[in-house]
Design a protein around this ligand. Structure first.
Ligand code: HEM
Length: 422
């Protein structure tokens, strides 16, 4: 997602200071220790610096909000703009390596707009997420999950991120968009580079160009071979003059970037949670409604997008007690909000069925457009694993599992498992 701190190409060292002054007890919001226990840092921030001035680079910083009520209000606050043009000039001087910093053409998508323009771009995609359209996509995902599990059955070990959750999630997006088989590999490769980051800027740039080119080719292919689905919807709106071609391409781009890695993380985190909680695993296998609760609790506890996408202050205002100026960037920490003990008692405990509305899909006008799709696909994926891989076990101690090391998104890099103990 352009301007998406969910992209792993963003700043990696999120050190702490407040009001421009460094604090001696500052937690680091990235790295192995933080990923093992993000709650410790967020607990400190909620208590001592609920609007925290977070340094991103030597010259770039952002406000970071961590209390549930503040984050929820921020998601609704129309004084916070999603338009990168609203950022202070200082912000623009330091490219953070995110797609929107890199390619002007990709700015024209819903996540980067406010008000009427946002609504127009979002509505252009809305029909593809209707329950009727999603039903047929779910059937395709069900079939694909079965094929992937067939390939795993009988193998002694696997990585459920690389061998299951990722290919399933990227294929689901490909089906949504209508990506033909011959473009799938290019789509998958470029999306993975953009999401994973940790590569030279030139590599991210090349992958961004490649994914943009794939989206443009898809649009052209569908123009020549009339079809149904998201891309056909966008083409119809181009024909009607309500959408430009580059807006259509940018919206396809954001679907890929926003949709595949998040769903991958949700699936892998839910499987991990169930492996760590055998009682919940047995119950989720027996009761579909409990599986739904497991997915929700996983999304709360391991929010795949730790921080919502960038927002920029448009007028002098005060958030979480902190005066802010026009142009200031604001990050809303969804993971910190989801672990706020005022809303979720014993927030680090995995307790499916607990009350309280988590913010893993954001809220307000930019609430995730793919939430229902992600929930359905995660449930399908986990349910099939429970059904068909009953003797699944972690192949390494849980403490050895690695999370993406950036403090931005939250997801397992790998989920090594033992499949067949016979
Ligand atoms: C578990 C999986 C997912 C999670 C946790 C997730 C999370 C989020 C969050 C937190 C936002 C709001 C960001 C903000 O307000 O700054 C968002 C927006 C968005 N998501 Fe998702 N997402 C998921 C899956 C998907 C899927 C499957 C798609 C599409 C196929 C998708 C497409 C989008 C788009 C296009 C937006 C921008 C909406 C707008 O600006 O109006 N997401 N997502």
């Amino acid at each position: 997602m352009s301007t998406n701190p969910g992209a792993k190409t963003g700043p990696t060292e999120l050190s702490r200071s407040r009001g421009g002054q460094r604090q001696s007890t500052s937690p680091t919001l990235s790295g192995i220790e933080f990923n093992r226990n993000p709650s410790e840092a967020y607990t400190w921030l909620r208590a001592h610096a609920p609007a925290h001035k977070l340094e991103l680079t030597a010259t770039t910083w952002t406000w970071l909000l961590t209390r549930y009520d503040d984050v929820r209000a921020g998601l609704q606050d129309s004084r916070l703009s999603k338009r990168p043009a609203m950022a202070s000039p200082q912000w623009h001087k330091v490219p953070l390596g995110l797609p929107a910093d890199l390619r002007e053409s990709l700015l024209a998508q819903m996540s980067n707009e406010d008000g009427e323009t946002h609504l127009r771009l979002r509505r252009a995609c809305a029909a593809a997420f209707s329950s009727g359209r999603q039903r047929s996509l779910n059937t395709q995902v069900d079939t694909l999950a079965g094929v992937l599990i067939d390939q795993l059955q009988g193998q002694p070990t696997a990585d459920l991120v690389a061998d299951f959750a990722y290919p399933l999630s990227i294929a689901a997006i490909a089906n949504l968009i209508g990506i033909p088989q011959q473009l799938l590999h290019r789509l998958s490769q470029s999306a993975q580079v953009i999401a994973e980051g940790g590569v030279p800027l030139a590599t991210t740039l090349a992958a961004t160009d490649e994914l943009e080119a794939v989206c443009a080719e898809v649009l052209d292919l569908h123009a020549h071979h009339p079809s149904e689905g998201l891309t056909a919807d966008l083409l119809a709106q181009i024909d009607a003059g309500t959408l430009s071609r580059h807006e259509a391409v940018a919206n396809l781009f954001v679907m890929v970037v926003a949709g595949h890695e998040t769903t991958t993380s949700a699936i892998a985190s839910a499987i991990l949670a169930l492996l760590a909680h055998p009682h919940d695993k047995a119950r989720a296998h027996a009761e579909p409604s409990y599986l739904t609760a497991v997915i929700e609790e996983t999304l709360r506890l391991q929010a795949p997008i730790q921080n919502a996408t960038w927002r920029f202050v448009t007028e002098p205002l005060t958030l979480a007690g902190q005066p802010m100026n026009p142009g200031d960037p604001v990050l809303l920490s969804l993971l910190a909000a989801n672990r706020d003990p005022d809303i979720f008692p014993d927030p680090d405990q995995f307790r499916p069925g607990r009350t309280g509305r988590h913010l893993a899909f954001g809220g307000g006008p930019h609430v995730c457009i793919g939430a229902a799709m992600a929930r359905a696909h995660a449930a399908t994926a986990v349910s099939m694993v429970l059904d068909r891989l009953p003797s699944l076990q972690l192949a390494v101690p849980e403490s050895q599992l690695e999370w993406w090391p950036n403090g931005i998104t939250r997801g397992l890099t790998h989920l090594p498992v033992l499949i067949d103990r016979r």
